[in-house]
Design a protein around this ligand. Structure first.
Ligand code: NAD
Length: 411
């Protein structure tokens, strides 16, 4: 029997990587599951529901992980907790692979195999395991809902006997998974929505959601998408043209949601202080890229900055503010990844280290980091050849040679 353990997350993380629904499925697949008591409570999953689904409840984190072959987490756990795990066991979670390389090294030294779900190759087979998509989708939704709640006007147009309430104008910058859902959500709330991106493929998606596409569509724009489907860093000349276009547009917007990211690089600066000063007091900017340096000049992680009456919201962990859905989707992502690691007949852990998804996500094994990018940050070389290639494919973020499929916002 393969033993799966789930410790509690720390106080800043309301999500959990296991739900009663996925306990049932994992038990059916041949696993036993042990969960730290109360670990699902902030996502409103009580111990009794886990127990009814077949999980054992442990009194401490150490008890939850001590006998586990696989430990499931949301965030990177402490090296101390990893030291309580069996050597060779698998630790699977959003391990934040490209920050604090020393911390990851300490985790690897405990001898557990480290799998970073953020590095899942974006190929068809792995769509159900794509944690970036499942979580970004909710972040895009919540950004609009938060902005609407803070905005002191209505979003839809209302025609009343006392006069007409005009529709609010919402501008979405960066139309990946989060941006598409932000557009869809703002449209449902009745706003007039526009959006921008540097990837031409986005133009049609924006139109299909009923929003207006705004972009500098020059020759560089036509080449802005990498073969992996991500944005490239644009030239200074393009950035200037883009800034001039955005400056004209932004001053007439009520709410701006920014989600623009470039894999392996700081978030592009798209909203300058001057642009913020051109907006009407009462306007709102939600900067979803704030954890990667921010798209808006005055954005601060975890804070709302009020500049001349324009609020710039830099909330952290937006998926964590919809924890019930975020946990449910994340737990399904994990279950989809874990099930193939179990030999259904022998009911033993059987990780195929040649599998593309395993290679893509594996960052530490046998006491050392095996991912080339992380090892480079540590100033060292990677000795294990196969697993190292995956994350260092030039995109800087994902691996997998197969072409990605574009996935729109779910409405
Ligand atoms: P992301 O989080 O890397 O970036 C968000 C958006 O910001 C992207 O659309 C990007 O083009 C845009 N951006 C970057 N620089 C910009 C700039 N200067 N100005 C304006 N916008 C800028 O993106 P993501 O959400 O991870 O999505 C990337 C791609 O992957 C999309 O094509 C998406 O549909 C696709 N995708 C595929 C799968 C799959 O097949 N499994 C899953 C999810 C996403």
């Amino acid at each position: 029997m393969v033993a799966i353990g789930v410790p509690a997350e720390d106080k800043d993380e309301p999500r959990i990587g296991l739900t009663p629904e996925t306990v049932k499925k994992l038990v059916k697949a041949g696993a036993s599951v042990t969960l730290r008591s109360g670990a699902g409570l902030r996502s409103h999953f009580p111990d009794a529901e886990y127990a009814a689904a077949g999980a054992k409840i442990a009194a401490s984190d150490a008890d939850a992980v001590a006998d586990a072959d696989i430990v499931l987490t949301v965030r990177r756990p402490s090296a101390e907790l990893a030291s309580k795990m069996k050597k060779g066991a698998a630790l699977i979670g959003m391990l934040d692979p490209f920050s604090d390389a020393e911390g990851l090294d300490a985790l690897a030294k405990s001898g557990v195999a480290l799998f970073a779900m953020e590095l899942m190759p974006r190929i068809s087979r792995a769509q159900s395991m794509d944690v970036l998509s499942s979580q970004s989708n909710l972040a895009g939704y919540k950004a609009v809902v938060d902005a609407a709640a803070a905005f002191e006007r209505a979003l839809p147009m209302m025609m009343t006997a006392a006069g007409t309430v005009p529709a609010a104008r919402v501008f979405v910058m960066g139309v990946g998974v989060a941006g598409l859902q932000a557009i869809a959500t703002a449209r449902r709330l009745g706003a007039i929505v526009s959006a921008t991106d540097v990837r031409p493929a986005v133009k049609e998606q924006v139109a299909s959601l009923g929003a207006k596409f705004i972009a500098v569509e020059d020759e560089e724009f036509k080449q802005a998408e990498t073969s992996g489907g991500y944005a490239k860093e644009m030239s200074d000349a393009y950035k200037q043209k883009q800034a001039a276009l955005v400056a004209e547009h932004v001053k007439n917007q009520d709410i701006v949601i920014t989600t623009a990211l470039i894999p392996g690089r700081p978030a592009p600066k798209l909203i300058s202080k001057a642009m913020i000063e051109s907006m009407r007091p009462g306007s709102i900017i939600v900067d979803l890229a704030v954890e990667r340096g921010g798209n808006a000049e005055l954005a601060k992680p975890g804070e709302t900055v009020n500049h001349n009456g324009v609020r710039i919201m830099g909330k952290l962990n937006l998926p964590g503010s919809v924890p019930v859905n975020a946990s449910s989707l994340y737990a399904r992502n994990l279950q989809a990844f874990v099930e193939p690691l179990i030999d259904k007949e022998k009911k033993t852990l059987a990780i195929n280290f040649d599998d593309e998804l395993v290679k893509g996500t594996l960052i530490g094994r046998d006491g050392r980091i095996v991912n080339a990018m992380i090892a480079e940050r540590l100033g060292g070389k990677v000795s294990a050849a196969a697993p190292a290639k995956a994350a260092a494919n030039g995109d800087g973020k994902k691996s997998g040679g197969a072409k990605r499929q574009t996935k729109g916002a779910k409405s």
